[in-house]
Structure formats: C-alpha cells, structure tokens
Ligand binder design. Sequence first.
Ligand code: AMP
Ligand code: MG
Length: 394
Amino acid sequence: MLTVEEAQQALLAEVSLIESEEVALTETHGRILREDVVAATDVPLADNSAMDGYAIRAEDSGPRRVIGEVRAGSVASMRVEAGTAMRIMTGAPVPEGADAVAQIEITDRGEDVVEIHESVKRGANIRRRGEDMRAGDLVLSSGTFIGPGELGVLATARRARAVVARRPVVAVLSTGDELVDAGEHVAAGRVVNSNVHTLSALVRDCGAIARPQSIVRDSREATIAAIEQALACDYVISSGGVSVGAYDFVKDALEALGGETKFWRVAMKPGKPVFLSRVRERLFFGLPGNPVSCMVTFTLFVAPALRKAMGASGVLPPVVNLTTTAPLRGSERRTYVRVRVFARGGELLAEPMRAQSSGATTSMSGANGLAVVQPGVREIEAGTVVPVILMGPI
Ligand code: AMP
Ligand code: MG
C-alpha cells in the first residue's frame, strides 16, 4: 500500500497543465495567473503628496506666501520658489521647486500666508515616483492566486485583461443503490446523496467548475455508462463503489473502459480505498463513499491535482504545528483527525471535532483542519503540538 506522500507524488506526475485563457480584469478574481506581469511604467508616475497640507521648500523659514493650490488629479502650473508655498491635497503631484509637504495639522492653515509651526525635513510626506512599482519590475508571477490584493496590482499595472488558467471542468459522480437526492423521500435503508454537494462545493472552492451527474446505480453496466459520459469533462471524480464489496463496480468499470490503475488503496484513515486511474487521456479519481473519507481524500489528492493543472505555485495544502485542546485518537494507519483550528489568546489551537465517525457528515461541519496522527500511535494527549493540514479559512 502506498503512503499518502507516495500516492500524491504518483498522482501529481500524471497531472498536466490545462490551457490558459485571457479574461477581463474582474474575471481574474479567484483564478490562477498564467503570465508574468511586468509594470509598464513607474507608479506613481510622479512624486506626489502623502498628506493634505502645503508643498514647501524645506530649507525656507518663516511665513511663506501661498501662491496657489494643487488638487489630486491636476498638475501645478507654477513653481514653488523660495519663501512660497502651495496648498496641496493627498495624491496631488508635488509642484516643481517644492521638496517637502507640511501636513495641514502643523500649520496655521493660512490662505494667503502660511505659518508652519514645526520644522519639516526634505522629502517629508512625499510619495516618490516609482515607489509602488518601477517600470520593468515583475509585480506578479505566473502561478499566483488572484485575490483582492492581486486584482489591485493588476489594475495598477494597467492590465485591463490578464491570462489565467482555464477552469477545469470536473464531473462529480455518486454511486450507490441506497442513494436518494436531497429533498426526496428517504425510505428505510436509503441514504441522502450528500457527497455530490460536498464534492461539487470543494471543486468550486478550488476554482474549477463542478458538473454534478445523476446518481449511478450499483451495476457494472450503469457504472460504465455513467463514467463514459462523464469523460467529456476534464476530470472525473466519483464517490463510493471502490471498496471490496460485492456491489463495488467502479474499478471494474474503469478496467472495462481501458483505464490504467495508478493506485488503489493508500495507507490512511479515513480514505484507504481511494483509487486513481488514467482513462482515455483523463484522470479518474475514485473516492470512497463515506462522507468524511470523501472530503479527506479530496483535500489530499484531488485539490492538489486541480491546483497543479491550473499551474498554481504550491499545490499541497499547508501544514502547521498546533496544540491540540483534547486527546487525538490514532490507529494502525496514518490517521487524519478532523479538527477546528481557532484563535484564542493570540494563538492558534486545534480542537478535534466531537464526532469522528467517517460516516458522520456533522464531523466535517466546522472542521477546517486535519490533525495527522502517525501509524501505531493510539492516543495523543491534550496539550501536545501536532501537525495540522489546513483545509479552509480559520
Ligand atoms: P461505499 O464506499 O460505496 O461502500 O460507501 C460507503 C458508505 O458511504 C456507505 O455507508 C454509503 O451509504 C455512504 N455513501 C456512499 N455514497 C454516498 C453519498 N453520495 N452520500 C452520502 N453517503 C454516501
Ligand atoms: Mg456503495
């Protein structure tokens, strides 16, 4: 059986880069940049004022004659000569001749003549040309995730459009004779298909497009037909049907479709039966049916694959060392314990979720981390520092 790390390596070696596309600036939000962005000009283009006040010559002393005003968005038509000052607003270009700005709070706010009560150093309150970016600077590299800050940089670099990764389209299959759609009558023995919703949301959180498919019944033919149809998408993920049960047909179906098994079963708990196949140029992820196993294996395998496909820099989820607030139970396999990472007293802590059964959807609600317990370790005491894989916002 492969370790999680071996399985991740085997998987990432199979993932190729998806095409890129050029989109309008607003559309880049949440996407992976696929070009290096270089500043075309200095920003700001000219020295400008960081304060509302008076543009002055630092070496002058005594009252200064106010010769005019310069507002943000305009350029002064006059020079600031010795003994003079010009009223200036934040963001306005510093007029020629001036070498400092006295903020309004240290002046008498004079209209014709201004008195400045404190000495002002040369260069004070001036934002220099090129302070934000210099022409030719690399301001964003390919592989960067575009969030609000990066959108601001793109706009400042005057990019009305940018090249980003195309969003991979991911088919989400759910297998199981017991499954019913949410909202339908649930007779005894039936189970609501929660995985399709969880997995589709996880796909969207990765920046990809989810294509939920209708429930696949547990027969070889139905499974083959459903997978064949789903292969129209870039990636296919399924839940359920990968164990050793008499009605687990996913692996058989992949074999019938000419798939090449990359791995089946990984030394982990939950999630052991996870399965990866390459079939007709596509990657097929067979995730176990248990709702928790499904989320854990998505986090450890599918999410990194999608990030790699989009060209993201850093594809594996981050791991941090955190103190656990309660005991963690391990097993003979590497165990991933769902935890809630939260801040208390300026420190991040990991609190294991009360329900830890891999069948319990509620054990994932509120969980944003997976504490890692090494194989053979039965229990880790409260107060111990443990590695935690971050899955979501804190
Ligand atoms: P399987 O991997 O098919 O043996 O399923 C393992 C367990 O997960 C069973 O108890 C299933 O009822 C449950 N399960 C399978 N698929 C889903 C699903 N789509 N939503 C919720 N539970 C599921
Ligand atoms: Mg099943």
